[in-house]
Design a protein around this ligand. Structure first.
Ligand code: OGA
Ligand code: MN
Length: 282
């Protein structure tokens, strides 16, 4: 049976009591989904899992997203292309080039974001497993977008309700100084999502300001980008957040519709190897 120990009152919980490396019963899957509806993030400490087990686990929760990285990466790395290597180590086992785009994209994970908000499909749950962690740093922080919405001023709620934001895969990376050609940018069409959404089951409203937002319909870019940075600043105040300090073998599952997350700095000379897989709302 699933055991839960809340981290914040109704945001984040330590989960245990089920063996995620084995096949799960329908009842266990429902228990995990219900816990995610309530807590948005579940932290499973010391829950070692291999690539195949991680894929099988995620498949219980919906269709698997094919990540953009999997379309461009070569041989090596996890055999299953839906597993995203979140790492400063290449698929061939070398440290990634310090000034390369691939490491730059990994560094972009240190911005507050929601996975794949630039894709046409809605990313639902991400499953992140720690295979090798650095001695220090490399924590992951999560922010509760439901509590953040509730705490917005009435004025700001009025301004953002009904607004549609444009999300683009390279927006945050360009902000970091990574270079993309206009052909590459044009080949990746943006996605559009409301700035305010609600939870499909609990109906709680959330504010949704990931760093991938490039523009907002009906606003100038300076107004839109200032609004997004104000909303990120608001939503990621300490009172809405918790930090997970990884242990080897930890696994964290989060709901991308209800949260923002970001990685924290670590020494890029030390290897950090994580694997992520993400399901979609069908
Ligand atoms: C991710 C991600 C942050 C981290 O896997 O999607 O953003 O701390 N990870 O590795
Ligand atoms: Mn992410």
């Amino acid at each position: 049976m699933l055991d839960l120990e809340p981290i914040n009152k109704d945001f984040g919980a330590y989960a245990s009591g089920l063996d995620l490396s084995k096949s799960l019963s329908g009842r266990a899957v429902e228990e995990i989904e219900a816990a995610l509806d309530l807590y948005s993030v579940l932290v499973w400490k010391n829950c070692p899992i291999n690539d195949d087990q991680q894929v099988s686990l995620a498949e219980n929760f919906g269709k698997i997203e094919v990540s953009l990285l999997s379309r461009v990466r070569g041989k090596g790395g996890p055999a299953n292309k839906s597993l995203v290597p979140i790492s400063n180590v290449s698929d061939e086992g070398q440290m990634l080039e310090r000034d390369g785009r691939r490491l730059g994209s990994q560094i972009a994970n240190q911005f507050w974001h929601s996975d794949s908000s630039f894709m046409k499909s809605v990313a639902k749950y991400s499953f992140l497993s720690a295979r090798r962690i650095p001695k220090e740093g490399g924590d992951t922080e999560f922010a509760d977008l439901r509590a953040a919405y509730d705490a917005l001023s009435d004025d700001l709620k009025k301004i953002i309700n009904g607004l549609i934001a444009e999300h683009h895969v390279f927006h945050s990376r360009i902000g970091l100084g990574l270079k993309y050609t206009s052909t590459e940018i044009a080949a990746s069409p943006p996605s559009y999502w409301p700035l305010v959404r609600s939870h499909p089951i609990t109906k709680r409203k959330v504010v949704f300001p990931p760093v991938h937002i490039r523009s907002i319909k009906g606003m100038t870019d300076p107004e839109a980008r200032l609004l997004v940075s104000e909303l990120i600043e608001h939503s990621t105040q300490k009172c809405f957040c918790f930090t997970h300090k990884w242990g080897k073998g930890d696994l964290v599952i989060w709901d991308n519709r209800m949260t923002l997350h970001r990685g924290k700095r670590y020494d890029l000379n030390e290897s950090r190897i994580m694997r992520r897989i993400t399901t979609m709302v069908s």
